[in-house]
Design a protein around this ligand. Structure first.
Ligand SMILES: Nc1ncnc2c1ncn2[C@@H]1O[C@H](COP(=O)(O)OP(=O)(O)OP(=O)(O)O)[C@@H](O)[C@H]1O
Length: 293
């Protein structure tokens, strides 16, 4: 889409799901009575003007787990992901019909402020996009500043350290926090973007092909980080890399498209191990075994 295209990364045949990522029966650290950050999407249709890009999606996204969205190019994965924090609305003429519930609140309900939605539902993009001239420190607190709260230095120091530690970046940058974020490697920049997204303590983290611009070592670091972050956040990731979906996610949703000009649809969503070994739908089987896409 006009949103970033994937690079050369393509899915492979014969993907072995990583059973170590198997879904815990209950959210790992969901305290009794705590609000769980589960998402319920019902009858969601997403339009760019007259064009319906995504049709009739209903799904439940489990709290504090990783849900991967896979499917061929143009089937609407990024569009759907962006609709989960109303990010698609930055495109003129884009709108949705349907409901996205988070913590019992409809993110599309009357009077709901999209900026408030994006505070609860953070996003990490395909290409690391730290503010280039801003220091590492200021990058981390950029979102908090936008939220307009006046912050004391002691407070921000604490947030910066906590967020960078949480993104497994602290040790690498603690001695150069005043240097520009653009001076970091691609993988470090992506971890900086994750620190920035988590600094505002969102409930949900959306990741749109977060590793597709990274080398294998940095990819591994981000995947490891995702497994740690799922203890605290509900994570939804779009990926073209089926091994990645199998390695990190507990649930996988397969989207498909019948042809050019047709809307993308959710074919099925299930436990990742089932999607890759014994999916319910033939189209899913064909896709995960590399017969098309
Ligand atoms: N800004 C836009 N205006 C109009 N149509 C758009 C826009 N962005 C995306 N689309 C269309 O919406 C459909 C879904 O695109 P989307 O990028 O969400 O699919 P995708 O599955 O994420 O694709 P890819 O894997 O190639 O990134 C496509 O037909 C695309 O051309």
């Amino acid at each position: 889409m006009s949103i970033d295209r994937p690079t050369t990364e393509r899915h492979q045949v014969s993907v072995e799901p990583n059973t170590t990522a198997a879904a815990p029966a209950a959210a790992p650290n969901a305290a009794a009575g705590a609000v769980d950050h589960r998402i319920e999407v019902s009858d969601l249709n997403i339009f760019y003007g007259d064009f319906r890009a995504v049709a009739d999606v209903s799904m439940e996204i489990e709290a504090r787990s990783i849900t991967a969205l896979i499917g061929p190019s143009g089937c609407g994965k990024s569009t759907f992901l962006r609709s989960l924090n109303r990010m698609h609305e930055v495109i003129d003429g884009a709108y949705v019909q349907g409901h996205v519930m988070l913590n019992g609140e409809d993110l599309y309900g009357p009077g709901v402020d999209p900026v408030a939605v994006r505070r609860k539902v953070g996003m990490v993009f395909q290409r690391p996009n730290p503010f280039p001239t801003m220091s590492i420190y200021d990058n981390v607190i950029a979102g908090m500043k936008l939220n307009s709260k006046r912050l004391r230095k002691g407070e921000t120091d604490e947030v910066v350290e906590r967020s960078l530690r949480g993104a497994n970046l602290w040790e690498e940058v603690k001695d150069r926090l005043d240097k520009p974020g653009s001076g970091l490697s691609g993988g470090q920049q992506q971890r900086l973007c994750i620190a920035r997204a988590t600094a505002v303590e969102p409930d949900v983290l959306l990741m749109d092909e977060p590793c597709s611009a990274l080398d294998p070592i940095s990819t591994l670091a981000i995947e490891q980080l995702m497994l740690e972050l799922r203890e605290r956040f509900t994570i939804v990731i779009v990926t073209h890399n089926m091994q990645q979906a199998a390695r990190v996610s507990e649930r996988t949703g397969f989207f498909n498209i019948e042809g050019t000009g047709k809307p993308g649809r959710l074919v099925e969503i299930d436990d990742t191990s089932k999607i890759f070994s014994n999916p319910s739908q033939q189209a899913t089987q064909d896709y995960v075994t590399g017969r098309f896409g």
